[in-house]
Design a protein around this ligand. Structure first.
Ligand code: GLY
Ligand code: MN
Ligand code: MN
Length: 452
């Protein structure tokens, strides 16, 4: 298969990445007394009473070893302590569908065998292990689970989930490229919005510029003009631009070799007078910059999330959205109705990556604070973790009406003026360094701006 230049840049990190995964798995298997583990890709699924279904999304633990483009349904990887992994692929002869390409570049690291159908593959998998071996099976349930070993043992999974938060240099390189993919889409999306495009036009411009079709996106694009921005995961795209477009919130990512970026930008429309909203946008950018500056190894993300609410109270007070002090707005919990989601989440093979609520590799929990139940990431920040920092400020009618009924100290004239803008979110992807951060998103915007 022809290699793209970006894949070649990753190649330099691959051996070290595979060595790290081997070490992590060997250590995890020994700790939980397993001789080995199966990583199963999973199976294709179909819509009810239909012969087609959603895009096949393989088990991320398998994709950590092998780019998803090479992982066909039913693929299985056998890992044993200190042994060379064995990959069992089904490559059926099929004139309806194309087969996944063979991962020849992985032959230095894995034994790869192919089979013409799932039955032959399963027989070979069963023959590859002995009855004396104790095995775990990490992946979606299969018809014959017992033959594969213990299905998703919780303690083993917690251990693996905890470790996955810290990225290898290969993973960080892939996430830089995923960030470039997203940034290209975002630049085109902004141009299309400012040139008068609808949500649908912006979405299509994003896909074309990021060279992704919908199936390749790491998550469905959120393209929200005006009030739609107050719906946190707004999922539709209107074909018509409203008569008075005021704002655009676009939350859209890029995918590269199984790794995701997750980026949000908010803009005021080029036409019309939006000074009050633009002032709020500027304040939110300062707010986000201060939060990124607060990232450091050892500090908990839950603590940074509290800082987010303290600063949001300042934004509300300074911009005349509350009739009380910033301190009182924070103390009364008024900020939660303006930002009901968490400050961010781990990012990697999954957009909301696993392990955010684990305190340690033993599986002890780090639950979100009682007053902030939607926070997905609570644990201590560590060098080479990658996560999002995505503060928001929204005008969500459902939440504001509750405050209006309660007589909360909110400046309703200002809120009513800003309600038609929906809200603001600014989301960057951050890698923790020993002494600061790498902002994958800002760096990507700077790189791709140079391409234009
Ligand atoms: N794109 C979903 C999120 O930001 O979490
Ligand atoms: Mn996010
Ligand atoms: Mn997002």
């Amino acid at each position: 298969m022809a290699q793209d230049p970006e894949a070649e840049s990753l190649q330099a990190h691959r051996a070290e990445h595979v060595a790290t995964l081997s070490e992590r798995w060997t250590q995890a298997l020994a700790r939980f007394d397993y001789d080995g583990a199966w990583l199963g890709a999973g199976s294709e699924s179909f819509y009810f009473q239909d012969d087609h279904g959603p895009r096949f999304k393989p088990n991320p633990y398998l994709c950590q070893w092998l780019d998803p483009q090479f992982v066909s349904p039913e693929a299985k990887l056998l890992l044993r302590r200190d042994a060379r992994p064995q990959l069992f692929l089904v490559q059926s002869e099929d004139y309806w569908h194309a087969s996944a390409p063979l991962p020849e570049h992985m032959q230095a690291h894995l034994d790869i065998r192919t089979f013409p159908d799932a039955a032959a593959q399963l027989a070979a998998c069963q023959a590859a292990v002995s009855a004396e071996e104790t095995l775990a099976h990490v992946g979606p349930a299969v018809a014959d689970n017992e033959a594969m070993g213990d299905l998703n043992p919780p303690a083993l999974l917690d251990h693996l989930h905890f470790g996955r938060a810290v990225k290898t240099s290969y993973e960080i390189a892939a996430m830089r490229i995923a960030s470039d993919v997203g940034a290209r889409g975002h630049l085109a999306a902004a141009q299309t919005f400012h040139a008068g495009g609808s949500e649908f036009d912006v979405h299509m411009a994003y896909l074309a510029a990021s060279q992704q079709n919908e199936a390749a996106l790491p998550y469905g694009n959120i393209v929200a003009i005006n009030e739609h921005a107050s719906v946190l995961h707004y999922q539709f795209q209107e074909r018509m631009r409203p008569d008075r477009a005021r704002s655009l919130l676009i939350d859209a990512g890029g995918e590269y070799r199984g790794f995701a970026s997750d980026i949000t930008r908010t803009y005021a429309a080029a036409e019309g007078d939006h000074d009050e909203f633009v002032a709020l946008l500027d304040a939110m950018q300062v707010h986000q910059d201060r939060l990124v500056a607060g990232v450091r190894p050892g500090r908990t993300f839950a603590d940074l999330h509290v800082q987010m609410h303290e600063q949001l109270a300042e934004v509300l007070a300074t911009n005349g959205l509350v009739t009380c002090s910033a301190e009182a707005a924070f103390a009364d919990g008024l900020t939660t109705c303006f930002c009901p989601h968490g400050l961010g989440h781990l990012l990697g093979l999954q957009v909301h990556d696993v392990g955010g609520h684990l305190a340690d590799a033993e599986g002890n929990a780090a639950p979100p604070p009682e007053q902030y139940p939607t926070l997905r990431f609570t644990r201590a920040m560590e060098t080479n973790q990658v996560f999002t920092i995505e503060p928001g400020l929204y005008f969500i009618p459902m939440l504001l009406e509750r405050e209006r009924r309660n007589g909360s100290a909110i400046n309703w004239d200002a809120v009513d003026r800003l309600m038609p803008y929906g809200g603001i979110r600014i989301e960057d992807n951050i890698r923790v360094l020993d002494d600061g951060v790498e902002n994958l998103t800002r760096d990507a915007f700077a790189r791709v701006a140079d391409e234009c």
